[in-house]
Design a protein around this ligand. Structure first.
Ligand SMILES: Nc1nc2c(ncn2[C@@H]2O[C@H](COP(=O)(O)OP(=O)(O)OP(=O)(O)O)[C@@H](O)[C@H]2O)c(=O)[nH]1
Ligand SMILES: [Mg+2]
Length: 346
């Protein structure tokens, strides 16, 4: 997954890390490499530019912490920005509604909606201990409803019995009363594939959304389509209230452009990654872990974090001693204020 990016970053960092000190030209060269790597990963130009603009002043103005090298500090700065770009924190799945909690999956044809519906159902049953019912609203593709029914049967997940010829809005209403009857706590609605330019199909999901009022509307997008996936998300968001992205086929994606661009371009967070065809090939998306995987620099990141923490403790100890001795100076006061600022708002 995303190995092209990882290889490129490794190359760039290995030359930065070797340097005993870094001047502006060296940092610039490193940043040029990073920009190139992002573009080759099919990250959009805007994203790459913005990323470099954020990293550069930090990399140049960095206060080098004793016991770390300037190269390590740059790695840490890039890591922090990448975590931020990927969405900062994981967004927990929203189960906040009176059961049966409705959720729906939308997306382009063949993006992986039906498979992902079953994976998500299994995830919610195993990890959240919820009884789930799956419902197909794809009345257009022959055998689409049967595909979901059969996935349900294979994996022991409840599905709504199929009634031929019923329209999506009516299926939704029937699903809600069926879930109430059989005690399902979550209903997952799988929808037909559609494109953002098919106005009739787009107005259909709007109608479905109004009937079920979902807590989560996931766009299922194919990781292999790179920055196109991010722009598709942006456009779907104009029609429905997208709450998260599930990026499928990440297992086969060496580039990673969709994962990196998604949040920036669409302002919708990635919540899950599809990492294979099997029922349990669904992974919660943790920006920090993915950034670590992409940069392959977990050791250095924790080293710098530890050095920063040690330094903070050292300063604090010194200030305490000075305070005891009645020598708490303006310098100490300033250092304490800086330390507090680093910890973020209080
Ligand atoms: N390798 C890999 N394959 C996946 C993943 N997710 C889905 N697929 C495969 O993608 C193909 C299409 O999946 P579907 O779930 O049928 O896609 P869909 O979006 O429901 O398709 P339509 O209903 O026709 O629009 C299947 O062969 C899946 O096994 C994934 O994360 N990794
Ligand atoms: Mg389908």
């Amino acid at each position: 997954m995303f190995e092209n990016l990882t290889n490129k970053f490794e190359e760039i960092f290995s030359s930065l890390k070797k340097a005993p000190s870094l001047d502006e030209a060296q940092v610039d060269e490193g940043l040029r490499g990073i920009r190139q790597a992002l573009l080759e990963a099919d990250v959009s130009l805007d994203v790459a530019k913005d990323f470099i603009e954020k990293v550069k002043p930090k990399a140049l103005g960095q206060e080098i912490i004793r016991s770390t090298s300037p190269g390590d500090m740059v790695v840490k700065i890039v890591y922090d920005e990448l975590v931020d770009l990927l969405g900062a924190t994981n967004n927990e799945i929203n189960l906040n509604a009176v059961p049966p909690v409705p959720m729906m999956l939308v997306g382009l044809q063949g993006s992986g909606k039906t498979t992902t519906t079953a994976k998500l159902a299994k995830f919610l049953e195993n990890n959240k201990k919820k009884k789930v019912m799956m419902v197909s609203l794809d009345i257009y593709r022959p055998a689409a409803q049967e595909q979901l029914r059969s996935l349900g049967e294979q994996n022991n997940i409840l599905t709504l019995p199929i009634i031929e010829g019923q329209q999506p809005a009516d299926i939704c209403r029937r699903a809600i009363s069926a879930a109430n009857l059989n005690g399902a706590e979550i209903i997952l609605f799988d929808t037909a594939g559609r494109t953002q330019i098919d106005l009739q199909m787009m107005s259909e999901i709007k109608q479905i959304e109004a009937v079920i009022n979902p807590t989560e509307t996931f766009l299922v997008a194919d990781s292999l389509t790179g920055q196109v996936a991010a722009s598709v998300a942006k456009e779907f968001k104009n029609t429905v209230n997208l709450s998260g992205i599930i990026l499928t086929r990440a297992d086969g994606d060496a580039r990673g452009g969709a994962a990196v661009s998604m949040k920036f371009v669409s302002n919708v967070p990635i919540k899950f990654l599809g990492i294979g065809e099997k029922i349990d090939n669904l992974e919660v998306f943790h920006p920090d872990r993915i950034a670590n995987r992409i940069l392959g620099m977990g050791d250095i990141v924790s080293l710098v974090e530890k050095a920063a923490k040690d330094l903070g403790e050292e300063n604090l100890k010194q200030a305490e001693e000075n305070l005891k001795k009645g020598q708490f100076s303006m310098e100490d006061y300033l250092s304490q204020l800086r330390q507090m600022k680093k910890m973020g708002g209080i």
